[in-house]
Design a binder for this molecule. Structure first.
Ligand SMILES: Cc1cc2nc3c(=O)[nH]c(=O)nc-3n(C[C@H](O)[C@H](O)[C@H](O)COP(=O)(O)OP(=O)(O)OC[C@H]3O[C@@H](n4cnc5c(N)ncnc54)[C@H](O)[C@@H]3O)c2cc1C
Length: 426
């Protein structure tokens, strides 16, 4: 299949890149220790950890560093990982502590990398889970008790409807849970900053170089139109944009998600709607999330029952949802609107596994990938360098394949949105 390399999508993040990347196309043949296909958080984080361990790492990206979901997501740093409760149940008491630690490790990795490599990415701490119904409040109560019982080191507070309205200027929620260990970032600047950190440690990066073929052998080789790389180990990190292995494509369901960003807001409006600069998210399946950007615009994200990338359609669809929370923004313009693909797995557990003894994959974070990709990057680097304990926890849970997800994506997704809307009503 011919893949035409693309520039970044027309997002707020692409318009506010700190330093844009211009890595060369892959040409000719190369040998390396570890080849990574896909330069989103999964690929870059693994590459950075392996470079820190002294491996020769080569990353090959179809488009630009951070071009996929990593450079166009909501930027919400949310601890835990999708399917963590299911995993905790599956492994019961044996690995309970290990799984609990993994829930927060992605946040710490981001905190440390930003500090260690001085990455300018508008990192802010503070996050509010908001409740729409009583069962959400019960869930938050149980999370906060769980955190206290584990001596969670950051401020965690349950708030009433009134206090929640004071914090975020809307009375649509019946309560909330503040967690100062979660937060938000400019994800594209984080991804590029981490790529530069890996490069500074010797990693080679190629952009505009789609991999079109993989040869599986003791030294797997990937081929682009003009070049090839042979490696001792290969990591496939294309996630929802994965184009090469048919079997792997069926492991995930690619789901479109949408984001809008307003024009900059006045100090007066900010004081009213988010004076503490918190990231906010509701617990619905068809969820809504929002936060302020570094230059004080409101970023608002949600799902729409729509599969295209028409900017005005996305603007209108999401603006309606945003105004239900904030009618005071009715005169505020929307400067950016875009879409990106989330890789959802059937059981919602991320898929960290192997296709062959030296071919690994890491994908399927089910919409909860900013921190999980950073955890996954660490775990994949451990696995590739020979420590399998944490990798095996994921690898033992075999992916459930859904044949034809790519061909029947639109009807499947419409059905899915309807199904989850109904679940949200319960
Ligand atoms: C709109 C949106 C909002 C989101 N909001 C949040 C949020 O607020 N918080 C959160 O935790 N998660 C969020 N997510 C999820 C999160 O962004 C993803 O889980 C995460 O970024 C996945 O990273 P990745 O590196 O695995 O994949 P990606 O970032 O998608 O990277 C995959 C890369 O592989 C490359 N690639 C694919 N095929 C090839 C090939 N053949 N050759 C070479 N390269 C190839 C692609 O070009 C791409 O750059 C959101 C996702 C979207 C789409």
């Amino acid at each position: 299949m011919k893949i035409q390399p693309e520039q970044h999508t027309n997002s707020y993040y692409a318009a506010t890149i700190e330093t844009s990347t211009d890595y060369p196309k892959l040409k000719g043949h190369q040998n390396t220790d570890i080849c990574i296909v896909g330069a989103g958080f999964s690929g870059i984080s693994t590459g950075l950890h392996l470079s820190e361990l002294g491996y020769k790492v080569t990353l090959v990206e179809a488009n630009k560093v951070g071009w996929g979901a990593s450079g166009r997501n909501g930027g919400e740093i949310i601890g835990g990982f999708s399917g963590d409760e299911l995993m905790a149940k599956k492994y019961a008491t044996k690995h309970r502590d290990l799984i609990w630690k993994m829930r927060w490790e992605g946040n710490d990795i981001i905190r440390n990398k930003v500090q260690q490599y001085s990455i300018n990415c508008d990192l802010k701490w503070g996050y509010l889970d908001v409740a729409i119904k009583k069962k959400h409040l019960d869930m938050m109560q149980s999370w906060s008790e769980d955190m206290r019982s584990h001596d969670y080191p950051h401020e965690v507070n349950l708030f009433s409807k009134e206090k929640t309205a004071n914090l975020i200027g809307t009375n649509k929620y019946i309560g909330s849970l503040l967690n100062m260990g979660n937060g938000h970032i400019h994800p594209l600047n984080l991804c590029i900053g981490e790529a530069r950190a890996a490069e500074s440690l010797g990693a080679s990066i190629y952009e505009q170089s789609p991999v079109i073929k993989i040869e599986k052998s003791t030294k797997p080789t990937v081929f682009t139109e003009q070049g090839s790389i042979s490696a001792n180990a290969l990591l496939l990190a294309g996630n929802a944009y994965h184009h090469f292995d048919k079997k792997m494509r069926n492991f995930i369901i690619p789901v479109n998600s949408f984001v809008i960003v307003t024009e900059p807001l006045s100090d007066e409006v900010i004081q009213k709607i988010n004076p503490r600069d918190l990231a906010v998210c509701d617990p619905n399946y068809i969820l809504e999330y929002f936060r302020l950007t570094g230059d004080k615009r409101l970023l608002f994200g949600s799902r729409l029952n729509y599969h295209g990338n028409n900017e005005s359609y996305i603007k209108n669809g999401l603006r309606k949802k945003m105004l239900r929370l904030y009618p005071c923004l009715s005169e505020i313009g929307i400067d950016y609107a875009w879409t990106g693909k989330i890789a959802v797995t059937v059981n919602h557990i991320p898929q960290l596994g192997k296709l062959a003894p030296n071919i690994y994959y890491s994908q399927g974070y089910s919409g909860h990938g900013v921190t999980t990709t950073h955890l996954a990057g660490k775990i994949m680097s451990e696995a590739i360098s020979g420590t399998l304990e944490r990798f095996d926890l994921f690898n033992k849970i075999k992916p459930i394949a859904v044949p034809g997800t790519h061909f029947f994506q639109k009807p499947l997704l419409s059905l899915g949105v309807m199904f989850y809307k109904l679940k949200d009503l319960l």
